[in-house]
Write a protein that binds this ligand. Structure first.
Ligand code: BTN
Length: 259
């Protein structure tokens, strides 16, 4: 497939936000958009979005790598500046995965599923991932970087994966306009962040509606530990509630699989 350069003007026309993406940085190649936004003093504006056509050291969750063909997908990070309560971090994760799902649904009318804590799936295959990183000062989170990788137009995915990958193109059977998709994700992201301030239950419910694992028997792998139980629900902070008999446990992280 030929590589089409990202058209910033086309993206900008569709962007309908107050702050997210208003400072937009486009790069051909970086090691990792997350690393750059986290560590560079050059970027300080709240809502800055840094998009790279190619990452030579793209980071995934749990020290994995995120590999993505150059020019075919969306690999970008969003910078949030301010003071954040650590218990709000999960809500940001859920709002972000929800925004990606909403954008794909709106543009392609595909059924999108969300997997706790923040994978985005189509037909049980992973189409997007999120890596949220932060920096703290005096025990306060002052900077959050939301790294988002969406497989948009990549035709195939050689290699071994925990969850089989896919792209929107593969599921939609047509090339997808990356500029429209990015603006749609960012528009939804800002709206979800707004709702999360005083209507977090709405975000939770929209997220729950797309999570097919709630109510299922699951297995959670967190480092060396394995836990079994029923994925009862997510709580008001977005943590998983795992039920084992009469016991309920709050789960903060881990890879979840249906048994
Ligand atoms: C996952 O493992 O599911 C998370 C993947 C996150 C990948 C994105 S791509 C843009 C941003 N920069 C990175 O280095 N990683 C994130």
């Amino acid at each position: 497939m030929e590589v089409m350069l990202f058209n910033i003007e086309e993206f900008d026309i569709k962007l309908d936000t107050e702050f997210i993406g208003r400072n937009f940085i486009y790069c051909d190649e970086v090691e990792s958009t997350n690393e750059l936004l986290l560590n560079s003093k050059d970027f300080s504006q709240n809502g800055t979005v840094l998009l790279a056509e190619y990452q030579s050291k793209g980071k995934g969750r749990k020290d994995k790598v995120w590999i993505s063909n150059s020019g075919q997908n969306l690999t970008f990070s969003v910078l949030l500046k301010g003071e954040f309560k650590s218990r709000k971090i999960n809500l940001i994760n859920l709002s972000t995965s929800l925004a990606i799902a909403q954008a794909i649904e709106n543009l392609c009318q595909l059924n999108v599923e969300l997997k706790w804590p923040n994978d985005v799936l189509i037909d049980k295959k992973k189409v997007a991932g999120i890596l949220l990183e932060s920096t703290s000062k005096n025990n306060k989170i002052i900077k959050i970087v939301i790294g988002i990788g969406i497989n948009v137009n990549q035709p195939n995915f050689p290699g071994k994966f925990d969850i089989p990958p896919t792209s929107i193109r593969k599921e939609f059977h047509s090339i997808v306009n990356r500029e429209r998709l990015l603006s749609e994700v960012l528009n939804n992201l800002e709206q979800n962040f707004d709702s999360a301030k005083d209507q977090s239950e709405k975000i939770m419910n929209d997220w729950r509606a797309r999570c097919k694992m709630i109510g299922e028997k699951i297995k959670i792998i967190d480092d060396e530990r394995i836990k079994f139980g029923i994925f009862e629900d997510i709580d008001e902070e977005g943590f998983m509630i795992l039920r084992q008999g009469d016991l309920r446990e709050k789960i903060h992280q881990g890879d979840v699989n249906v048994r």
